[in-house]
Ligand binder design. Structure first.
Ligand code: SF4
Ligand code: FE
Length: 521
């Protein structure tokens, strides 16, 4: 499938970001209003609590440089290779490559590297804006393509902001006591719109260059002002960020790199508050078309739920840490230990297998972008809400109680306590005691500390909590078709031929479709 080429918008910076160092430099000197621990942050790049999350995002640039086949793709818009996180996927293979890149980055960082939200937003918006233009005669798609082209040329990080704070969950946006509990248009001018509201737990927002604001749920005619999608620079006037603190984050503040467990990398979530933030027309991709909010949310969550194969990469690190601690303890070959490592691997590959299956079973939309399989994407994410907890439990089992009773790095540095710890925390004689402590701290970091935010609770709630996936799985389970299969074999009479065939356009029909379905359009 080919996409039409498009010239860049006039916002393209002269020099694109190429390296991780370029990226980190690009974040400096912006006038972001960020609160953390009750204080305004002067320069997020230099803040010890924030920096590990910037390092994790920077790995997306580093990987593209080191392994371009994995982390770049050819853009029809620029005619050049671009970072895969900015690419519109035009085949099932490209969807799969997104997943492979995500697993690799999970392995390299051991945390959430934050850039997938923007990738999934751009891909889902690509088909949604196309459909809007086809049905309504709007020109949102061309605006979006110009924006994507600009972002690709400059190699920017695009964040996606979907989750509203939602207020009273039993009420629609327009019914809330406070209209700002969902992001909405507060004013229109000849030049564009102004929006107000707040987005909760926004991944990597402070580490992005632009943020795409999107509705979070199905909207009705009375929610028209809430049906708004637009791109804003993250340092636009009127935006306040309040940083989400993470378990054990103070360890980064005190510079205790051993105690941090993973001193280099961490995830990032913040609350984003928008007060009369201006979006010019050319960066608006929906303004009032409430009936397209639900399709956008469903498409976005479909991409994003299979993006959670990232956790299989993080799981690889945790399995490696568990195997290493068994090794350091001198018990790598004990059968029950080996069996636990096998079980962790089996669970981890279950996440990966369902995620890439959703991508392999992806199909083309009218716009040309490929959409992953919705059933399998939801099955992948539903596994992710459970299996990392079991993998984490097994890692803690193999680590032993020392991972939570271990004295601090400062005790290790103490001239009296340090030698005692080095002597009495020894595992196998040839293994450095400090290395053993480092691995235990990493397991703590991933199952209880900073990166348990990404590996466990984000796995539970990110891209939708478990019940959201069960609704989507239930909607597509085609129970009548399955009942007929059973009835036929049991000798129960079934109506005509129909029961023997999968319903048109449903999940089963995708199961039996040819693998490469480019001609489906
Ligand atoms: Fe990407 Fe995973 Fe982080 Fe979501 S949780 S942004 S899919 S790394
Ligand atoms: Fe997420």
């Amino acid at each position: 499938m080919t996409l039409p080429s498009q010239s860049a918008g006039d916002d393209t910076p002269a020099v694109p970001i190429q390296t991780a160092a370029d990226y980190i430099e690009s974040l400096r000197g912006r006038s972001l209003r960020v609160f953390l621990f009750g204080q305004l942050v002067e320069e997020p790049v230099d803040h010890p609590v924030i920096r590990p999350s910037i390092n994790a995002m920077a790995e997306t640039y580093e990987l593209a440089r080191q392994q371009p086949a994995l982390a770049t793709a050819h853009s029809p818009f620029t005619g050049q290779p671009v970072n895969r996180f900015l690419h519109i996927a035009t085949s099932a293979e490209e969807l799969v490559m997104q997943n492979k890149m995500q697993r690799r980055l999970g392995q390299r960082t051991g945390t959430c590297f934050q850039r997938c939200v923007g990738m999934d937003a751009l891909n889902s918006l690509y088909s949604t804006t196309y459909d809007m233009d086809q049905q309504l005669g709007t020109d949102y798609h061309a605006r979006l393509v110009a924006f994507i082209t600009m972002a690709q040329r400059a190699n920017l990080v695009i964040g996606g902001a979907m989750t509203d704070v939602k207020g009273d969950r039993s009420k629609a946006p327009h019914q809330q006591a406070d209209p700002d509990l969902f992001v909405h248009v507060v004013k229109r001018t000849d030049d564009g719109v102004f929006v107000s509201g707040a987005k909760a737990h926004q991944t990597g927002c402070i580490n992005s260059h632009w943020m795409i604001i999107m509705p979070t749920m199905r909207l009705g005619p009375e929610d028209r002002d809430y049906a708004v999608i637009g791109a804003v620079p993250v340092d636009a006037e009127g935006i306040t960020y309040i940083y989400g603190r993470q378990s054990c984050d103070m360890r980064a503040l005190h510079g205790e790199s051993l105690d941090a467990g993973n001193a280099q990398f961490a995830g990032q979530e913040a609350m984003v508050i928008l007060e009369n933030v201006f979006i010019p027309w050319r960066y608006l991709f929906m303004d009032g078309e409430f009936e397209f909010a639900a399709p956008l949310v469903e498409r976005f969550t479909c991409y994003h739920r299979r993006s959670y194969v990232c956790k299989s990469g993080v799981g690889d690190v945790l399995i490696g840490a568990a195997a290493t601690i068994a090794d350091y303890n001198g018990v790598p070959k004990v059968s029950h230990i080996r069996d636990k490592l096998v079980e962790m691997t089996h669970l981890n590959e279950t996440i990966y297998g369902t995620g890439i299956a959703a991508s392999y079973q992806g199909y083309p939309t009218q716009s040309g972008v490929y959409q992953p399989d919705d059933m399998l994407a939801n099955v992948c994410k539903h596994h992710v809400t459970k299996l990392p907890y079991e993998i984490g439990r097994l890692a803690q089992d193999l680590a032993g109680g020392l991972m939570v009773t271990l004295p601090s790095e400062k005790d290790l540095d103490n001239p009296e306590a340090g030698p005692l710890l080095r002597k009495y925390l020894k595992g196998r004689p040839e293994i450095d005691t400090v290395d053993r402590m480092r691995i235990l701290r990493l397991i703590e970091n991933m199952t209880l500390g900073r990166n348990a935010v990404g590996y466990l609770t984000e796995s539970m709630h990110g891209a939708g909590s478990p019940q959201a996936q069960r609704i989507l799985i239930g909607r597509q389970m085609e129970a009548d078709f399955r009942k007929d299969l059973a009835k036929r074999l049991a000798g129960v009479e079934v109506d005509g031929e129909a029961g023997g065939r999968p319903p048109e356009g449903g999940y089963m029909s995708r199961v039996f479709a040819p693998v490469d379905r480019k001609e489906d359009g």
